[in-house]
Every structure is written in structure tokens, then in C-alpha cells.
Design a protein around this ligand. Structure first.
Ligand SMILES: CC(C)(COP(=O)(O)OP(=O)(O)OC[C@H]1O[C@@H](n2cnc3c(N)ncnc32)[C@H](O)[C@@H]1OP(=O)(O)O)[C@@H](O)C(=O)NCCC(=O)NCCS
Length: 178
């Protein structure tokens, strides 16, 4: 299986158990069931994932969530709340592909800039974001309550190409085009 063959789609309530398990495996202060259930009810909050298709040897088995990204869409801005890849599938391109697809949807919606916060010591995530064009624009001192770590605020100015108004379809169905 590769990141390129993973299935991209929007998550909903049915995906909650797998989402919560991956969230707990990836973050020291994970969102819980209540936060995600609330988030799914909000129009501005969306969670997208990359799924590994179930094996042909196990017909009927559910697809496996390999990576997900939680975003707030507040046109003309987007905030990426988190992005995570299951630990044993990192450095295989899942994070980059997921981020690229989410940014593509945002561009189609006419989003003009994207913000995110990242831990000062999270070099893997910062390197990924920088490779996608994000730049550091500020620091939020002692932002993370578990460690007191600073957050680096990063911003991506989006170009307007691909702004074709197809966003409603994308948000309902996910978008498998690249
Ligand atoms: C950050 C994260 C999402 C990256 O996902 P990933 O699938 O491993 O990333 P990719 O394989 O797509 O890598 C894309 C690029 O990111 C950078 N990168 C990823 N992991 C890295 C690491 N450990 N060290 C340095 N650079 C790294 C590299 O530039 C990489 O490109 P390359 O492999 O061609 O060198 C993943 O490490 C993760 O889930 N971390 C835990 C959760 C987290 O911290 N999320 C970010 C919250 S803000």
C-alpha cells in the first residue's frame, strides 16, 4: 500500500472510534469523543482522512484510517487544527498527500490563507509545512499546557488557481482528484 493509492474522504460519526484511537496514538493532549462529536455537528469544522483499502483477503473488512486532518473553514481563511499519520506509516508520503488534498479543497473554495500552530520542537511537522510553502509568522509563548512549550504560528498564502467553485461537492464527498 502507498500514500498514492490511499482513499481520500471526509470523516463522519461512523469513523469516530478509529479517529479517536489514532488521535490518542499521536497527541499528548488528544481530543476526546465529546469534542469530535461536537466538531462533526459544526459547519465550519471538517475532518478528512486517507484510508488504506481493506485487503482482498478480508472481504468486507473496513478500510483502515492511515492519516487525518482536522480543519476549520472560515472563508477567506482556513485553520488546520491537526494533522496526523499513524506511527507505523510515517515517512511514506501520507502527511504530504493529505495536506496537498486539503489545500486543494480550500483553494477550490476560494480560501486565501491558511494558518496553523505547531509545537516549537515538532521538527517533522514544521519541515512538512515549510516544504508545502508555509512560513513562520509568529510565536505563541507557553501555548501548550502539558509542556509549556511555545507554539509557532505558520501561514500559507494560497494562490487562486483551481478556484472553480466545486467546493460543495468536495466537502460532501471528499475529493480524490489531484
Ligand atoms: C508530522 C506528520 C503528520 C508527517 O507525516 P508523514 O506522513 O510522516 O510525512 P511525509 O512522509 O508525507 O513527509 C513529508 C515531508 O515532511 C518532512 N518530514 C516528515 N517527517 C519528518 C521527520 N521525522 N523529520 C524531518 N522531516 C520530516 C520531510 O520533509 C518529508 O519529506 P521527505 O520524506 O521527502 O524528506 C507525522 O510525523 C505525524 O503524524 N506526527 C505526529 C502528529 C503531529 O505532530 N502532527 C502535527 C501537529 S501540528
Amino acid at each position: 500500500m502507498t500514500a498514492d493509492s490511499a482513499i481520500f474522504r471526509k470523516l463522519d460519526d461512523k469513523d469516530l472510534p478509529e479517529l479517536l484511537a489514532l488521535e490518542s496514538a499521536c497527541f499528548s493532549c488528544p481530543w476526546g469523543e465529546e469534542q469530535y462529536s461536537l466538531a462533526f455537528k459544526q459547519n465550519i469544522c471538517h475532518v478528512f482522512g486517507l484510508f488504506e483499502p481493506s485487503s482482498r483477503l478480508l472481504p468486507g473488512a473496513p478500510d483502515h484510517l492511515a492519516a487525518y486532518a482536522t480543519i476549520y473553514l472560515l472563508p477567506p481563511e482556513m485553520e488546520i487544527l491537526n494533522i496526523a499519520v499513524t506511527p507505523d506509516m510515517r515517512r511514506k508520503g501520507y502527511g504530504r498527500r493529505l495536506l496537498r488534498l486539503v489545500l486543494q479543497i480550500a483553494r477550490k473554495m476560494g480560501i486565501q490563507r491558511t494558518f496553523l500552530e505547531v509545537r516549537e520542537n515538532n521538527i517533522a511537522a514544521q519541515t512538512l509545512y515549510e516544504s508545502m510553502g508555509f512560513e513562520a509568522v509568529g510565536v505563541r509563548p507557553h501555548y501548550y499546557p502539558d509542556t509549556g512549550e511555545d507554539a509557532r504560528l505558520m501561514r500559507l498564502e494560497m494562490d487562486s488557481e483551481n478556484g472553480d467553485g466545486a467546493a460543495e461537492h468536495d466537502l460532501d464527498q471528499g475529493d480524490t482528484t489531484e
